[in-house]
Write a protein that binds this ligand. Structure first.
Ligand SMILES: [Cu+2]
Length: 93
């Protein structure tokens, strides 16, 4: 019963999560600094307009998943100190 409830909750949340993904294009992967520079469209979740900027990443492995020139869909969160971190990123085929 609990499992069914959880499954339906996840199913209900998926469309909302998909909507939150922002569009972007990777401009630079800086493994030393641990940042991704992304030319991005508006990011609703953190009320940010389109621009090109450097993001921190939630997991260092994200820096290996994308390369300059890749088109991506991603999610970001605002961190203390005004830094913004990518929390999820997927290349767009
Ligand atoms: Cu920005």
């Amino acid at each position: 019963m609990k499992r069914i409830l959880l499954a339906s909750l996840i199913a209900a949340a998926l469309p909302a999560m998909a909507q939150q993904l922002a569009d972007g294009e990777i401009r630079k992967v800086d493994k030393k600094a641990g940042t991704l520079t992304i030319k991005h469209g508006p990011i609703q979740a953190i009320d940010m307009p389109a621009m090109t900027m450097a993001f921190q990443v939630k997991e260092a492995a994200m820096l290996d998943r994308v390369k300059a020139g890749d088109k991506v869909k991603f999610q970001a969160e605002m961190r203390a100190g005004g830094k913004v971190a990518v929390t999820r990123i997927e290349p767009v085929k």
